[in-house]
Design a protein around this ligand. Structure first.
Ligand SMILES: O=C(O)CCC(=O)C(=O)O
Ligand SMILES: [Fe+2]
Length: 198
């Protein structure tokens, strides 16, 4: 009997108009807390500015972009940093679990419950049609909100320490997603979304 088969393969989350898979703990060579501490310390974190209706705002989180190609995100042009050995190990673990390959990763650092990400779709043209996006989380559990653009159906997925969420198929065409602010005292969370940019 393969003791690990049930814990290392993605569990499908049934959803209309897209594909979602979930794994409670991605197998990694280090404990989650060690990965979190290294990502906090070793990443060149930036607080990016976004322009909304002509006004400049600081994003309510820190971020970093690593990959082979530059990337436009919410009107920002992010200059890519190379993959570090740590990020490369995480990428390989995510590729094993999802059966897809990635050449870029966006890191987001939610310092506490006041940090957030507005509702959006990852549907930039350079991601291609029906992009596969693998989302790896460390630290505090935050609710990942998914809202269907037409039916307004809403899913709330608590993404815990070490968990992997896989989004594919038509999901980005039909759904928005984001991370709400929380009034509860929450610790730090880092999320990595692995993507393939053409
Ligand atoms: O922090 C999360 O779980 C979501 C991140 C996200 O949606 C993104 O990076 O595009
Ligand atoms: Fe996203």
């Amino acid at each position: 009997m393969d003791l690990f088969s049930s814990s290392t393969s993605l569990t499908p989350i049934p959803v209309r108009d897209g594909e979602l898979g979930w794994l409670a703990q991605l197998p990694l060579p280090w404990p989650n807390e060690e990965v979190l501490a290294r990502l906090v310390a070793e990443t060149d974190w930036r607080q990016e500015t976004i322009v909304v209706y002509g006004k400049r705002h600081l994003q309510p989180r820190l971020s970093a972009w690593h990959g082979e190609k530059g990337y436009r995100y919410s009107g920002l042009q992010l200059a890519p940093l190379p993959f570090t050995p740590l990020l490369d190990t995480l990428r390989r673990a995510v590729e094993n679990a999802t059966g897809r390959s990635y050449n870029s990763v966006l890191l987001n650092y939610y310092r506490d419950g006041r940090d957030s990400m507005g509702m959006h779709s990852d549907d930039e043209p350079e991601l291609g049609k029906e992009p596969a996006i693998a989302s790896l989380s460390f630290g505090a559990t935050r609710s990942f909100i998914l809202r269907h653009k037409v039916t307004k159906e809403t899913l709330k997925l608590p993404l815990g320490d070490g968990s992997l969420l896989f989004m594919a198929g038509a999901l980005q065409t039909h759904w928005l997603h984001g991370i709400n602010k929380s009034s509860r005292p929450l610790g730090a969370r880092i999320n990595l979304t692995f993507r393939k940019i053409d």
